[in-house]
Write a protein that binds this ligand. Structure first.
Ligand SMILES: [Cu+2]
Length: 298
């Protein structure tokens, strides 16, 4: 964390705001603050592109590569000597890929990779991690409360009509978007400048989690369907959205078997046609070609 292995943070008994960026190439985190065996409530107050309208209390949140969130940790009632650990709780990383063209399942591959030549010298994806130790070292005078209103967050409405379908899958070991891989000269997605579009991101069952990132724009998440239980149990609304889905997003996680609908306003201030990129933010996937040009046409 912040280039420091096993960091310690010396805190006072007050509220802390953390802006958390998952800067990993591929690793996801299931972030929680733990005191002894107890998971603490914390407040999600912001996502990739800004503040939520109001704080949302959670005990855990997934954060995929390139996703950000702002959180408040309330230590006002803590005593000097109390310790809290920021952890990543164990989860199923859902490496359900099909492998490099072989018939064997991804799980089996992963098991072989993990156990074939002795124990791994790294923490496998989804394993429990202790990320930062926070120790309350001093008392302070702190008389501020958690605000109940944070920002005006206007909804971005579904304009109706058919969504644009974006499929994520793997064939012969290659990750694809709409059956395609990156071609510098091709612009397979063309959007009208100023259009508001709904994209329906459909991740295949035999797949991996893909944090999908659109350059240049911020989106809102409309719904999650077919989510795995570990995601579904974090839903705070009927459309399946978690607290971390409720603000402006440029990187949206989609799990294997999940369909995520997002809405984006493709307005921008630049002259003429502009080409942006949409890609998976798992860097191995992106570098393997899981990226397309997106042309915004005047
Ligand atoms: Cu990916």
């Amino acid at each position: 964390m912040n280039l420091t292995p096993r960091p310690h943070f010396q805190a006072a008994n007050r509220i802390y705001r953390f802006r958390v960026l998952n800067g990993s190439n591929a690793r996801m985190f299931r972030l929680a603050f733990r005191s002894g065996e107890q998971l603490l409530d914390y407040q999600v107050i912001g996502t990739d592109g800004g503040l939520l309208d109001r704080p949302r209390a959670v005990q855990e949140a997934f954060l995929a590569p390139a996703e950000r969130m702002d959180v408040l940790l309330d230590l006002r009632r803590a005593a000097v000597g109390d310790a809290v650990t920021l952890v990543s709780l164990p989860f199923d990383p859902m490496h359900h890929e099909t492998g490099g063209g072989a018939q064997a399942g991804g799980d089996e591959h992963a098991q072989h990779a993990m156990h074939g030549a002795g124990a791994p010298d790294y923490a496998p994806d989804g394993s429990e991690l202790e990320l930062m130790k926070i120790v309350v070292r001093r008392k302070t005078h702190f008389d501020r409360a958690i605000p109940q209103a944070l920002s005006r967050l206007d909804p971005l409405q579904d304009p109706g009509g058919k969504p644009r379908v974006v499929t994520l899958d793997q064939k012969n070991g290659v990750w694809r978007i709409n059956g395609l891989t990156f071609d510098m000269k091709a612009t397979p997605i063309v959007v009208k400048r100023g259009a508001t579009e709904v994209w329906e991101i459909r991740n295949a069952d035999r797949s991996m989690p893909h944090p999908m990132h659109i350059h240049g724009f911020q989106s809102r998440v409309l719904s999650r369907e077919g989510s795995p239980e570990q995601q579904r149990r974090l839903a705070v609304a009927e459309n399946g959205l978690a607290a971390t889905d409720l603000g402006w997003k440029d990187t949206v996680l989609s799990w294997p078997g999940e369909t995520v609908r997002i809405v984006t306003d493709f307005s921008h201030p630049f002259p003429g046609d502009q080409v942006y990129m949409v890609h998976c933010h798992n860097l191995e996937h992106e570098d393997g070609g899981m990226m397309l040009n997106l042309k915004v046409q005047t």
